[in-house]
Design a protein around this ligand. Structure first.
Ligand code: HEC
Ligand code: HEC
Ligand SMILES: [Ca+2]
Ligand SMILES: [Ca+2]
Ligand SMILES: [Ca+2]
Length: 465
């Protein structure tokens, strides 16, 4: 009798267990191990973010290689013997793209006291004088970006020191985590004090995988995800940040940058050449010198624009076609459990798991791909804690673009760190989640209420992306 009872319990347990397993299996989605569709790579080494999409056609793989070379090269002061590679500054933040996007991965904020931030840059603006409340202007003496370097005879704009205040967060189960809130101190300012009301937006260099695929997400799919007035009352109201496309001279969907403030990889790349390295291009033909920056204005001017169109095209192609690493783990029980919880607590309301790509202007091989970027490309109010209080296009001072989560589990391997969020304040996935507020407050709270094991499953799932 007792044996029979034991047997019955055993059977019951086995069935329950199997049901759970079935539940997990049903969470598997076709193709999810290839987040970039045919543009995925199976290299999980330090170079995981640095591969060309394997499906490039028509000589684009060769252009990728040249683009890569220009991405890594240091630009030099003009005039020089290497005319294609001069025009650095007069004011700038770095000499090459790869000094911030090392191995095409995320940058890091300073990690030792008194280190100057390089991969973390600062956008500046002052309130505009127009009726439109979100319109801003560049800071009159420093322009739209703080440049901590200058060429010989051109004083840099100054220095910035980053410090952190630790704040302890206690979970309902009594476990704790410590979050660090950043403080920025600008000093040795060479062009006077910032004008009153200056708004400062810290931005960490992003990882650059799969960007051409994000360009190919149909605008209509993004419109469907928008819910500006939160009509379905789930507390989430993402919106498209419409931004100015310089070449087509119209407002289009913003997709790139932490506030979705750039419409295309091409314009983002040209903006980086100008703002970060000081290289003018057909899209942004004027240097960024402001009225008080006389030495900047008087510095040697080469033929403008400085950037050859062919180089802009190749660096753009390179930035569009970096492959997305495959999932390292996607079907184990604990990862699937984490995935189930991720959806259950509403992380997927913003980190939209998948899309099927549509038309792309120059990359037909990126069309019609099922991709898993875990973003909706919309901007969301993330609360006071993350606010920079500096509007950017239609994104207000509390709104940020849902960060794509693909690849983030490989940051440690590629870049040797796990800093996250727009300013790198989070030291790992757990801290990044705990900073979520505003529209994501509810999801964050639900995460906090999970058991420690379930929280770990969610984190492990995110790191498996
Ligand atoms: C000084 C550091 C720095 C340098 C140098 C730099 N970047 Fe960036 N990059 C950033 C930051 C910071 C962001 C995020 C910008 C934002 O939010 O507006 C970014 C964003 C990008 C993005 C958009 C990524 C996304 O997911 O939205 C691309 C593409 C890019 N950079 C390419 C380049 C290229 C190409 C170069 C060289 C011409 C370059 N960057 C040079 C710091 C840098
Ligand atoms: C309301 C929309 C929203 C919800 C809900 C949401 N997120 Fe986010 N998430 C964002 C935005 C926006 C950012 C970028 C914020 C920033 O950098 O300041 C972000 C950033 C992140 C990052 C850091 C990514 C990076 O590259 O820096 C992680 C990790 C993350 N979210 C995980 C989660 C998890 C897990 C959940 C569920 C508990 C969740 N998110 C729920 C919008 C959301
Ligand atoms: Ca220049
Ligand atoms: Ca400047
Ligand atoms: Ca809603």
């Amino acid at each position: 009798m007792r044996n029979l009872l034991l047997f019955a319990i055993l059977i019951h347990l086995l069935v329950a267990c199997n049901n759970e397993k079935d539940l997990y299996r049903s969470l598997l989605e076709e193709g999810e191990q290839y987040p970039g569709g045919a543009a995925s790579t199976d290299d999980f080494s330090m170079n995981a973010f640095g591969h060309a999409a394997p499906n490039l056609t028509g000589g684009k793989d060769m252009d990728f290689v040249t683009g890569n070379a220009f991405f890594k090269r240091n630009w030099v002061t003009a005039p020089s013997s290497t005319e294609d590679l001069d025009g650095l500054g007069p004011l700038f933040n770095a000499r090459s793209c790869s000094s911030c996007h090392e191995f095409d991965g995320k940058g890091a904020p300073p990690t030792i006291a008194d280190e100057e931030p390089v991969d973390l840059l600062f956008r500046l603006s002052v309130p505009g004088n127009s009726e439109i409340d979100w319109e801003t202007l560049p800071e009159p003496s420093y322009g739209g970006q703080f440049n901590h370097l200058g060429i010989v005879d051109v004083p840099s704009e100054g220095k910035v020191k980053v410090t952190y205040t630790e704040e302890v967060v206690t979970y309902p189960d009594g476990k704790t985590a410590s979050l660090r809130r950043p403080n920025y101190q600008f000093y040795d300012l060479n062009y006077g004090e910032f004008s009153s009301g200056t708004m400062i937006s810290p931005r960490l260099a992003s990882h650059l995988i799969g960007l051409g695929l994000l360009e190919a997400i149909p605008e209509d799919d993004l419109k469907k995800l928008e819910d500006i007035d939160d009509k379905d009352q789930d507390g989430i109201s993402g919106k498209i940040n419409y931004v100015w496309d310089v070449e087509s001279k119209r407002n289009v969907v913003g997709r790139f940058g932490w506030k979705a403030n750039q419409p295309s990889v091409r314009q983002q790349v040209a903006a980086a050449f100008l703002g970060d390295i000081g290289i003018t291009s057909s899209i942004f033909p004027s240097e960024t010198c402001t009225a008080p920056q006389k030495d900047c204005e008087d510095a040697f001017k080469d033929n403008e624009p400085e950037l050859k169109e062919s180089i802009l095209n190749r660096v753009t192609l390179y930035s569009q076609t970096l492959a997305v690493p495959m999932r390292r783990s996607f079907s184990s029980d604990s990862i699937l459990e984490g995935k189930q919880l991720f959806n259950q607590i509403g992380c997927n309301s913003c980190h939209n798991p998948s899309f099927t790509t549509g038309a792309h202007p120059n990359l037909p091989e990126f069309e019609n791909q099922k991709i898993f970027p875990y973003t909706d490309l919309l901007v969301h109010d993330m609360g006071e804690g993350l606010a920079d209080n500096r509007p950017d296009g239609l994104a207000n001072g509390k709104e940020w673009r849902t960060a794509p989560l693909w690849g983030i589990g490989l940051s440690e391997t590629v870049n040797g760190h796990t800093f996250l969020l727009h300013d790198g304040r989070a030291r790992n996935v757990e801290e990044a989640i705990l900073w979520h507020g505003g529209e994501a407050e509810k999801a964050k709270n639900q995460f906090s209420q999970l058991t420690a094991t379930d929280r770990k499953n969610v984190i492990d799932f995110v790191n498996s992306l």
